[in-house]
Ligand binder design. Structure first.
Ligand code: AOF
Ligand code: ZN
Length: 358
């Protein structure tokens, strides 16, 4: 590993400390090196707070050394006024002669202009050190900026014989059959805390009435999201709308705000002949989430919403939990026609990780 790569690893490690607190901003870490010594470190710690470069410069004891230093940063320095002033100007002001950047910032307000500004002012910029790793760390932010929609993570549990539920005789039958083990239940709650939002379909809301909060792990509570035709029934009968934490409901009615409950209008749509939600309807909902700064969603079912997103290619990652049990018959789980990128054993259960690689 080269010296540039070693310092960039440290930037990625520092960046991680902002996890869960910076969204919808990216996680960013920065290291200042002078005469082969690390003289400063910093990371973006919370949304609206100082950027990594600012923290790194602040942490330096002897600012004199900055005019001989190299700044390592895991994302291109910004050149715009957001909540905070441009980092490029800070770098130029301190006459830092060399900057090593992992990847360009996909935010259209920056998008390469930060690197360009530094180079025009005579700064020596190296771009692309640990680029793949840096993009992976901020994959939610990259997808959000580039595709103008949240990063979409699909999650479901299935039996060894590929069913996600038993065969229900009537809609009133709401007995729940647990598929996966206790360890995976804890894991699911950790995952919930890592995403900005959790999204379920109308049938899951009706049949399971899920709470969609984080109970068995520490961390932030995600925004709870569902589509529901509020002209047909009162949404308040569901846990999701209990106002204990924020929820967003897509409906055909008007935009409306109540305490911890946001109603967002989407244009009327009919399901496709095969029962799935049309791609356009999904895109409308995702567009609303993008405008509201929801950087990632974990979709926890049901079958129709998962299948609709899969059919439309609107997904980035999937985590399929396999319990050590067979149903023999029932509701078949969705099928992903790609090979998993990773497989993990959790006691007697397994998790298959997929990435959408079109
Ligand atoms: C950097 N260093 O540590 C981060 C950057 O509203 P602001 O001022 O916080 O700007 C947010 C945008 O700045 C964000 O969308 C992304 O493009 C960039 N984030 N840039 O130079 C950092 N966190
Ligand atoms: Zn900045």
């Amino acid at each position: 590993m080269s010296a540039d790569e070693r310092y960039m690893w440290r930037c990625l490690e520092l960046a991680r400390k902002g996890k869960g607190a910076v969204a919808p901003n990216p996680m960013v870490g920065a290291v200042l090196v002078c005469d082969a010594q690390v003289v400063g470190e910093g990371f973006h710690a919370f949304w609206g707070g100082p950027h990594a470069e600012v923290e790194a410069v602040r942490s330096v004891r002897d600012p004199e050394c900055l005019s001989r230093a190299t700044l390592y940063v895991s994302l291109e320095p910004c050149c715009h006024f957001g909540k905070t002033p441009p980092c490029t100007e800070l770098i130029l002001q301190h006459r830092i002669p060399r900057v090593v950047v992992a990847c360009t910032d996909p935010n259209p307000q920056v998008g390469g202009k930060g690197v360009q500004r530094l180079r025009e002012q005579g700064c020596d910029v190296t771009l692309g050190v640990l680029e793949k790793e840096a993009r992976e760390q901020n994959r939610r932010f990259f997808t959000f900026q580039k595709k103008k929609r949240p990063y979409i993570l699909l999650k479901w549990a299935q039996t060894l014989d590929g069913f996600m539920d038993i065969a229900r005789k009537s809609p009133e039958d709401t007995t729940s059959y647990w598929i996966t083990n206790g360890a995976l239940k804890l894991r699911t709650h950790t995952w919930r805390a890592e995403e900005a939002a959790i999204w379920v379909g109308a049938n899951t809301l009706l049949h399971d009435n899920p709470r969609l909060n984080v109970r068995y792990a520490a961390g932030r509570q995600p925004l709870r999201i569902a589509f529901f035709d509020t002209s047909r029934a009162d949404i308040r009968r569901f846990h999701l709308a209990d106002a204990t934490q924020p929820a967003l409901v897509f409906h055909f009615g008007e935009d409306r705000e109540e305490k911890n409950l946001t109603f967002c209008h989407i244009p009327y749509f009919n399901p496709r002949p095969d029962g799935l939600l049309p791609a356009e309807a999904l895109e409308n909902m995702l567009g609303v989430l993008h405008r509201r700064g929801v950087v990632s969603v974990m979709v926890e079912g049901g079958r129709r919403l998962l299948d609709s997103l899969l059919a439309a290619g609107l997904w980035d990652e999937a985590r399929v939990l396999e319990g050590n049990i067979r149903f023999g018959s029932g509701l078949p789980a969705p099928v992903i026609s790609q090979t998993p990128v990773r497989e993990e054993a959790v006691e007697d259960n397994r998790v298959f990780y997929y990435r959408n690689r079109p």
